[in-house]
Design a protein around this ligand. Structure first.
Ligand SMILES: OC[C@H]1O[C@H](O[C@H]2O[C@H](CO)[C@@H](O)[C@H](O)[C@H]2O)[C@H](O)[C@@H](O)[C@@H]1O
Length: 594
């Protein structure tokens, strides 16, 4: 049986990430970068598409597992009739090459384990040549080379185009496996000392986690979310992936399967805000600098997402040989939403730059010029219909959230001019735009009959993004129109208390077939909106429930199916984790240190 999404745990080295199942199998790993082709793709296919399993012979899922406290180092333990054994999985901070380290340690008795390494480059499609060199194995195909080393050396044999092993550990004995990738035209990189690497990796993560300023309820969940957001950050460039996976389905067996291994301006600006508020200025600064590089050029060419180094092309295509997660096809690489006009992104970018400024991040000389250029573009564009923040693949509309974010852009630009006499800009023009957008949204995006804002001008449909209006300061949290919107959105979009982002039934907005689960970040937005409306008890109860949706190691995917009690969509997803951090800070922000 295929593991469920919540059966996976994440390990990574801030350049790529792997998903490890409870059965000891690494089922997803892209090398060398998050967006490189996967060499283990069982996650969205089957065993033949690549995986690496180490587990006691004949054992099923591990008996227990957990991250070492405040780290991304995963311990999985099995109790078997012959004894107990621990498997420790981690990826050390990268020096020259990516390494995946797996340490097996006997805890009780003598346990026999089996290893099965089935490397399949290019998303499970290429079977490499594997040869033995001394005691190690080298797999090569095209641009990729992977070494497998063990210590003490374990006998391996090839069978059915995979590398097998069998070994036994007694109490206190350790066997370590190191898998190392490098470009096939390069020589083998220097070997790491896996035990020293383990110590350093634990120390580095703990030192990072200790910087978290949040001291309120659910602190462990907040720290786990922050570690996850950090793990989704591409350390060399500062880019942040929305999730490290592609095509985990929004509904089992459905077609809503997308590639999230890119840096969305929307998701990333919200991540930056969460990091800043939790005390992580360096990461926020690295992303802000990434942003300024990525968006450089004509503001008309601003994209809603970029590659990790700021690449602009991410042409979407399908991988027909992969059978998908529980049959959910197609499996896609690339993302055509890159070409959409999504007006909210301008507001999110300008908001994040002003946030960075007020948080005291060092100012870059061209920062203000970028903002002015974006404002000028937006001034001529905000009246256009767009694809909205949900990136629907239908007709463009006048989405209310997009217009509100145009208001945010103008509002923040005006505030910057008002507070800093050293800045130059069209104060009067931007003020006029700000007031015009506000007036228009309140007139055309509000349904007085039902006392609620609507998904787009003139429609009766609702949208969970409307819950963000008080958060961005468009109206106070206890304004009757906001209170009405909270109740209407809840009545229409809640399934068992969790929110969908919009209704997919009878929707003329979203042309794709099939529905989807509850969109996790939307429920966090609801908790924040309830809190801002003064309904603190309801907000707290919902927050507690949402934290409870995390899997056993504290991870959240994009969506949740309340009926089946299962996570859905790409995993782990930045949006969901930044929702958790943002809600903790909104509800208990007074409990932050320093
Ligand atoms: O709903 C269709 C769209 O779904 C994806 O977009 C979602 O993920 C993005 C990344 O987290 C997020 O920024 C966006 O708000 C979400 O709706 C997908 O990436 C799109 O290609 C697709 O059209």
């Amino acid at each position: 049986m295929h593991p469920r999404i919540e059966d996976y745990a994440l390990i990574g080295d801030e350049q790529t990430a792997a998903l490890v199942g409870r059965d000891g199998s690494v089922d997803w790993l892209c090398l060398p970068r998050f967006d490189s082709p996967a060499c283990f793709a069982r996650l969205v296919g089957d065993e033949g598409n690549g995986h690496w399993t180490i587990a006691p012979e004949g054992a099923g899922p591990c008996t227990r597992r957990a991250y070492r406290h405040d780290t991304l180092v995963l311990d999985s333990e099995w109790d078997t009739p012959d004894g107990s054994v621990r498997l420790t999985d981690f990826m050390p901070q990268r020096d020259r090459a990516p390494d995946l380290v797996r340490v097996v340690e006997g805890l009780e008795g003598r346990v026999t384990l089996r290893g099965l390494l089935r490397l399949r480059f290019d998303y499970g499609s290429i079977v490499p040549w594997v040869r033995r060199t001394d005691s190690d194995r080298l797999a090569i195909a095209g641009p990729d080379a992977v070494w497998l080393r063990s210590h003490p050396s374990v006998h391996t044999w090839g069978q059915d185009f995979a590398t097998h092993s069998e070994f036994t550990v007694g109490r206190g004995e350790k066997v370590v496996f190191v898998l190392t990738w490098h470009p096939s035209h390069h020589p083998r990189p220097p070997l790491i000392d896996p035990f020293e690497a383990l110590e350093n990796t634990v120390d580095d993560w703990r030192a990072w986690a200790a910087r978290c300023r949040y001291r309120g309820p659910h602190r462990d969940a907040v720290v786990r979310s922050l570690i996850t957001l950090k793990a989704l950050t591409h350390e060399p460039t500062g880019g942040i992936v929305a999730a490290p996976t592609t095509s985990l389905p929004e509904v089992l067996g459905g077609v809503r399967n997308w590639d999230y291994r890119y840096s969305w301006l929307r998701d990333s600006t919200l991540t930056l805000e969460a990091l800043l508020k939790a005390g992580y200025h360096e990461e926020a600064e690295a992303w802000r600098d990434w942003l300024l590089r990525a968006v450089a050029g004509d503001p008309a060419d601003l994209q809603i997402m970029y590659g990790l180094s700021g690449e602009r092309r991410m042409h979407e295509y399908e991988l027909p040989w992969l059978t998908g997660f529980e049959g959910s096809v197609p499996v896609r690489v690339g993302n055509d939403a890159v070409r959409q006009l999504q007006l909210d992104v301008y507001g999110e970018v300008i908001d994040s730059l002003s946030l960075a400024r007020s948080a005291g991040l060092p100012v870059r000389p061209h920062m203000w010029r970028v903002q002015c250029a974006l404002m000028e573009f937006l001034r001529t564009t905000w009246r256009e219909p767009d694809a909205g923040l949900w990136e629907v693949r239908g007709k463009r509309r006048h989405f209310v959230y997009s217009k509100v974010m145009a208001w945010v852009a103008a509002d923040r630009a005006v505030s910057a001019l008002e507070s800093d006499p050293g800045l130059e800009g069209d104060l009067e023009g931007w003020r006029a735009m700000r007031d015009e957008v506000h007036e228009e949204v309140c007139a055309r995006g509000f349904d007085p009959e039902r006392n609620t804002f609507t998904q787009y001008y003139g429609s009766r449909a609702l949208d969970a993004s409307l819950l963000l209006l008080p958060r961005v300061g468009f109206l106070p949290g206890d304004d009757p129109r906001i209170v009405g919107t909270i109740d209407a959105v809840r009545a229409e979009l809640a399934v068992d208390g969790l929110l969908r982002r919009y209704s997919t039934e009878n929707s003329d907005v979203d042309p794709l077939p099939g529905g989807e689960g509850a969109f996790i970040v939307c429920s966090f937005w609801l908790a924040q909106a309830l809190h801002r409306a003064g309904r603190t008890e309801e907000a707290g109860e919902l927050f507690d429930r949402l934290v409870g949706l995390c899997n056993d190691v504290g991870l959240l995917s994009e969506e949740y199916d309340p009926a089946a009690g299962r996570q859905l969509g790409n995993f782990p997803q930045a949006f969901s984790h930044l929702g958790l951090v943002g809600t903790a800070l909104a509800l208990h922000g007074d409990r932050t240190a320093g």
